[in-house]
Design a protein around this ligand. Sequence first.
Ligand code: C5P
Length: 436
Amino acid sequence: MRIILGVGGGIAAYKSATLLRLFTEAGHSVTVIPTASAGEFVGRATWEALSGQKVPEGIFDDVEKVNHVRLGQEADLIVVAPATADLLARAAAGMANDLLTNTLLMAACPVLMAPAMHTEMWRHPATSANVKLLRERGITVLEPATGRLTGVDSGPGRLPEPDEIYAAAMNTAGGASDGAAVTQPDARQTAAFQSPVAHSAAVQPAAGPLAGRTFVITAGGTREPLDPVRYLGNRSSGKQGAALAKAALDAGATVHFIAAHTEVEPPAGVELTAVETALELREAAQAAAQAADVVVMAAAVADFRPAELSGSKIKKRDDGEDPVITLVRNPDILQELVQNRDATGSTGVPLIVGFAAETGDAESDILSYARRKLERKGCDLLVLNQVGTGVVFGQDETSVQILSPGTEDTEAASGTKADVAVAIIDRIAVELKAQH
Ligand code: C5P
């Protein structure tokens, strides 16, 4: 493939040198177009040495080659990493004030942008609006990674690792690695791709029993902020959700992974939406469910959130009084998804899978609790975990029972979370087959 690697002016520009190597080692021909400020971080000699190609610096260099038109027209894929807030804004506004933005305007090929900036800039409404607009136009804008930023700051804003950008870029190009032709996404995948919550479209025509199926998988634990430094959270590690996403991908499905706080990285190849709170997760899940065949609610969603979010850190009071935190109920996302689906009159699409982490008690055994939950939530399958025995949270091994409505029979699976994920995905595949 002919790839254009656009490099914005941020400290993360150095990571793009590794990304460039990944592209060239896979046999792609890469032209690097750094912005003027990118030159403050990594010089053109580095790009030319690593790409083996001249860096076309400006609109007015090599005018006879009409670079500002030709480069965008000829590219099979454009990757912008890091995409600074300024670059996102210029791209969203359709500006053409340097060679990179000219090239973006000329591009007829898939475009992926990997933002990197400070958290405040990323969360600024201007940046959010620009990202939304770019996504609506079909550009894949990755979520930045969360972690240490320049200086002492930390939060969302880090450039994802080069191998992650590489994997996302190959998905964006429709699996057109190794110089193969670019595959166009089918209509359904395009809908997901253009949804405001779709972050990177995994549009690879895959083989496997779930090829052509779209899964939405939620994972991790939501965090409900109390004040700028504190939150109410839970112990979910997101390992089971990530294992489910991997098993679904391996079976050929397209996976939209909605990640609350997780201790593990999402598997490469998913379309990722990062969320923090139950309300954010609800918005992302409802939007993504519209293009899904299956929704798997593996996330541990907080049932309650603080009624008020304090704008400043809650202080110890001089009068010695303890603060009182009032909680309000969060919506039951799983139940709402079922109700929304049933209200549309659609016949069981998407298939909706819930999870239940239960402990038995003096009144009832865990299976009875789970059966009642399945009935209450109305989902098509309920995966029951027994908690309190050392298995489940954060562990690598687990043991589940899968319940479905209208039968007392349950299916058991145990082993590593990867083994259990494969068993759950297999069961979902059976249900899907029975449905159609
Ligand atoms: O009621 P409980 O929290 O035990 O139900 C667990 C299931 O419901 C999980 O699938 C979880 O993702 C989902 N859930 C939800 N919205 C909530 C709480 C849980 O969708 N507010």
